[in-house]
Structure formats: C-alpha cells, structure tokens
Design a binder for this molecule. Structure first.
Ligand code: G6P
Length: 610
C-alpha cells in the first residue's frame, strides 16, 4: 500500500528519496512522485508519474531536481485512477505547499465542494488534494499550525508529510490511523511509512502515535498533539539488518522468504520451549498465570493469510487447551455487535501489525472489555503497541507481497500459546514434553520439505496453463488448502478455490474434469482415510490430482497423479510443513506464467485502509 519517505538535512534529497521509494516498492503501488524545496528559485519542484519508481528515477536523471528537503510517495490508488495527475505529492493553488498522504479522507467530497466554493482550483480526483488546499486556507503562521488547523476539518485516516516553499528545511508530519515513523540521523532527519525506506541511513526511529504532529528540521524534531502540547516519544532501535530486505542472490523475495523458513521457524521458537515442563515460556504476553487461567474463550481477528493461520490455530488451541475458539475476518467482526462475554481473550494476528481492519477489530474487542493480545511480526507496529502483550514472530522483514514465512511462524506462535494454555488446563506433562520436542524438530523438517522444490517445479510445468484449481483438505489441512489457493490467486492470477474436502460433493464436484486440477492436502492424521475417499471421488470423475502427503505413503500410487511427501511430524503441526510445497507451487507457476511475483497486480503488502 502507499509508501512515504521524506528527508531534511545537509545532503541532496532527491537520491535519498528515490532510493527510499525503491525500498518501499514491495508494499504495492501504481504511481510515484516527489517534491523538493530549498533548491529552486521557484521554491517547490514536483515530479510524478503513473508507473514504476524506475520511471521516476529516469525522469529525475534526465531533468535533475535539487534541494535538501523533500517528500516522496508511492501511491496505491483508492480515490481516482492511477494517473500522473492523481499521483502524490499534491499541491495547493499557488504551488507553495506539497504533501504526501497515506490513508483516506472520508469527507473529501464535502471538503472539495466547500473549497471550490471558496475559489480553490482542485485538479485531481483524489481525496488527498483537499488537504493541500485546506492547509493553504488555514489562518495561522507556521506550517505546523496550519496543518493542525486543516486537520480539524478532516474525517478519516492519514499518515501525512508536508513541505512548504515558505519554510524550506521543514517537514511537518501527522499521523492518525496510518503508520509513520521518524528516522534520527546525524544532522539530518527522515520520515517514512516503514523503516526499510531509511534503514540504510539510520537505525534510530521514533514511532508516532495517532494524533501526533511532528516538526522536522535538520537540527532536530519535536512532537506535539493537536493542542500543541509537547509529546515525548521513545527512540527505538531497528533490530534487523539491511541484508534482510535485500535479495541475497535469490530471484525474488518470495522465494527467498520461502527458503528462509527453517531459520524463521527456529527464531519464533527460540528461548520459548521448556522441555522439562513440557510447556512454553511467553513472557511477552504480559498476563499473570491467574489471568491466563480465567480465559474461557478465544476470538481470533485477522485478514488474509493471517486469518488462515488463525484457522489452523483454532484446531491446535481447541485440541490442546480445550478452549473454544472462533476465527473472525477482522473486517466483518469490527462492524458486528460486540458481545463482551466475560473471560474472552482476543488475539489479533498480523504480519505487518498495521492492517487497518485488524487494528479496528482489536480496538472494538478491547472497548467491549476483552483482553487483547497481538501475534505480530513487525516490532513496534501499531497492533504490537496497542495490544496488552503478545508474541512477536521474529521472522524478520517480509517483503514478498504473498505472505509465506509469516504464515508458518504464526502457526508456531499459536502452537506455543496453545501449549501454555493447555498445560494450565490439564494437558499432560508427557504430551506437553512430546510436543515441545516435536516443535524443536520443526526447523530440520522444514529444511527437508524445501528439498521438494525440484519436484514441485516439475508439477508446476504440468499445470502452469490451468485456468482453475481446487485445493482440498480436512481438519487442520483445510486452512492450508485455503492458503494454497490464496497463494496461487495472488501471484499467478489463476482462479483457485480452497474447500473442505468432504464439502466438495455438495457443489464443487460439479466442476471436476481433466482441466481442473485438484490439490489435496492429506498428511497422515485421523482424517487421512476420509480424504483418500474424497480423492477417489475426484479420480472417478477424471480429475487430475496432486497430493501433499506424508513421507512413506506409497498407497496413494494409482490414486493420485503426483505426490509431494513431507516429513512426518505430530499431526497438529503438519500445516507448518504441508503449506511449504503449496507456496513453492504457486511461486513456480507464477514464474512460468511470467508474472511479477514480488509485485502482483492490484495487491498491497500492508493494507492500511479499510
Ligand atoms: C494483505 C497482504 C496479505 C496479508 C494480509 C493481512 O492482503 O497482501 O499477504 O495476509 O494483508 O496482513 P497482515 O499484515 O495483517 O498479516
């Protein structure tokens, strides 16, 4: 989704901004632009275009822009098509003010009408442009006061960076509902929507809170609230390295991240397994044993792949802790009546920690009296900060738009939680100890699973031209089927549906023929034989079958066309392994079809609008 980067300091801003935009490309976007102040006689210079940052780099190389202060943006269209005019930065009538904005101005139509009535000339279809004119209109002296005054009229969400030709050297930043952070350098300051844009220059960051207005100049920054009261915010250190956001020899981030999973699963487990007690140590939960014991039901809120991880988690928590779990699409849950049932624990699962619907669902649950924990990858993200506590995945930055390593780490984190809750609720020491050992073995098993890649590639060749896919599984493998289908849709644009294998006969079976490959997720578990019967049903109708199953499973020969055998593990943990061949299958099919795997059309990595 939209990305922001800004710079003020002693260096030439344009190259820093362009490089920052390139680092943000992974978020998904359709147009790009920048504005500089301080280096031009006219005060303000703007360059923008529809398309790739590379195009902007070329444009700036052909027609250089100078200035030590600037803001830049990658836009993911919401209001208005992805055109040059609608790209950010947006300017006021006199082109003295330029701004970039993430989020949505919900009352933009009303504001636009009022501004036009007052004589402003608005030239784009965007909601954002109204902000530039509101600031122009504001009766105040300094840029920050004008921004504060303008924002009083605004309903909606924003992460905002504003420059003015009248105050070169200054950037005013505002946040409500859309993440922004400041980067503290030596005699220079940065602003960005995520740390990857500025990590090359500084690791010291300040995460802004909703309602914060920050004023940056090369000599320092201060943060105020809307009443101009000074706010103090901690300076945090970004823990990961630049290497983590570079390709390191891989052709795509998605493949790199799939291959990182032995290490990311290990990181999620690190220091958290108590082998002797057959339990898990999760200090970040910030919940006393008594509070944990009082939990009567769990509500999981999440979107996309994180929602699928939640579905897997439901099986694991219900099996180990015997607690009822419901898994909700955050976007649906937030608008339903909150029941406020006593003893509810709400778990917000989010890789980015910034997904707008998940954040709002979490806030709604908290307002209804629920305890709220986060299972989050990005340290310092909004969900992580607003939750009472939680479990960090420690999977490192996930750049590929199609989530992969976060999914397996989310399941690992949920299993650790289930183990802890289970041991408090009668799960035996022996079962706990066995599970702790099985979890510790996972990184090695993930590594072995990755060795299936050549086989997956061959299968991808066979099916790359298919137009529809059915993914089927039961029990803990049903959400894996959903996730496999989602991966394929996201990056190869092939229609794919995930279905509970036994439900197939209530509808989708009508679709089965030789042109509709069926991918079964069928590890050896207590529903395995049932799933084999479902395979027979497909086979009997001339369907072609790929089965992801457990090593040593010879009996599927003759039933299925292709087998991908993952190592054996505890059935409850199987999703962590069976998901991997499906990630690889989607990846290789997309590559064979010539799709831009890391930048799939229309998608965004972090969805910060509802
Ligand atoms: C977007 C991404 C998905 C992700 C979903 C939820 O749609 O493209 O990969 O699963 O958002 O994101 P979150 O950061 O909350 O896990």
């Amino acid at each position: 989704m939209c990305g922001i980067v800004g710079y003020t300091g002693h260096r030439d801003a344009a190259p820093l901004l362009l490089e920052g935009l390139q680092r943000l490309e992974y978020r998904g976007y359709d147009s790009a632009g920048l504005a500089l102040v301080g280096g031009n006689r006219d005060g303000l210079v703007v360059r923008k275009l529809a398309g790739r940052v590379a195009g902007l780099v070329g444009q700036v190389a052909g027609e250089p822009v100078v200035g030590n202060t600037g803001i830049a943006h990658t836009r993911w269209a919401t209001h208005g098509a992805p055109t040059q005019g609608n790209a950010h930065p947006h300017v006021d009538c006199d082109r003295r003010i330029a701004l970039v904005h993430n989020g949505i101005i919900e009352n933009a139509d009303v504001l636009r009408a009022a501004l036009e009535q007052a004589g402003h000339r608005l030239t784009t279809e965007t909601d954002t442009e109204t902000l530039a004119h509101l600031i122009e209109d504001a009766k105040a002296d300094s840029l920050e006061e004008r921004v504060i005054a303008a924002l009083e009229h605004v309903d909606g969400t924003y992460g905002l960076a504003v420059v003015s030709a009248d105050e070169p050297g200054k950037i005013v930043v505002a946040r409500r509902g859309s993440p922004v952070l400041l980067g503290i350098g030596n005699g220079e300051l940065f602003v960005a929507s995520d740390a990857s844009a500025i990590l090359e220059h500084t690791r010291s960051v300040v995460y802004l809170n909703d309602g914060d207005i920050a004023v940056l100049t090369p000599t320092g920054y201060h943060i105020v609230d809307s009443e101009s009261h000074v706010q103090v915010r901690a300076v945090d250190d970004v823990a990961w390295d630049l290497e983590a956001i570079e390709l390191g020899g891989y052709p795509h981030f998605m493949l790199k991240e799939i291959c990182e999973q032995p290490e990311t699963v290990r990181s999620t487990l690190r220091g958290r397994l108590l082998f002797e007690q057959g339990c898990a140590r999760l200090n970040g939960l910030n919940l006393a044993p008594q509070a944990l014991a009082e939990i009567r039901r769990i509500v999981i809120v999440a979107c996309g792949t994180s929602w699928h991880a939640g579905l897997v988690g439901r099986h694991i928590i219900e099996a180990l802790a015997r607690l009822p779990v419901v898994v909700e699409y955050a976007s649906e849950y937030r608008y339903r009546p909150q029941l406020g049932l006593p003893g509810t624990l709400t778990l917000a699962i989010s890789q980015s920690g910034e997904t707008a619907d998940t954040l709002e669902a979490m806030r709604a649950a908290r307002a209804a009296g629920s305890r709220v924990l986060g299972i989050v990858n990005v340290v310092g993200s909004t969900i992580a900060r607003e939750a009472e506590g939680g479990i960090y995945l420690h999977a490192g930055p996930e750049i590929g738009v199609a989530s992969t390593k976060a999914f397996t780490s989310q399941i690992v984190a949920l299993t650790l939680l289930a183990l802890l809750l289970g041991r408090q609720r009668g799960l035996s020491l022996e079962v706990g100890q066995d599970l702790a050992c099985r979890l510790a073995q996972l990184p090695g098993l993930v590594d072995r699973t990755l060795a299936l890649e050549p086989q997956v590639k061959a299968i991808a060749q066979e099916f790359a031209d298919a137009r529809n896919f059915l993914y089927l599984g039961r029990g803990v493998s049903f959400p894996v089927a959903l996730e496999g289908a989602l991966k394929l849709k996201e990056i190869s644009y092939i229609h794919a549906e995930g279905y509970p294998a036994a439900e197939m006969k209530h509808g989708p079976i009508a679709l089965i023929d030789a042109d509709m490959p069926a991918v079964f997720v069928a590890p050896r578990d207590d529903v395995y034989q049932k799933v084999v019967s479902n395979m027979q049903e497909v086979k009997a109708r001339g369907g072609r079958i790929v089965a992801v199953t457990t090593e040593g499973n010879g009996e599927l020969r003759g039933v299925v066309d292709y087998q991908l055998q993952v190592p054996a593990t505890a059935p409850l943990l199987s999703a962590i392994l069976t998901a991997i061949p499906l990630q690889l299958l989607a990846y290789h099919i997309a590559v064979l079809r010539g799709c831009d795997v890391d930048r799939p059309r229309n998608l965004a990595k972090s969805v910060t609008v509802e």
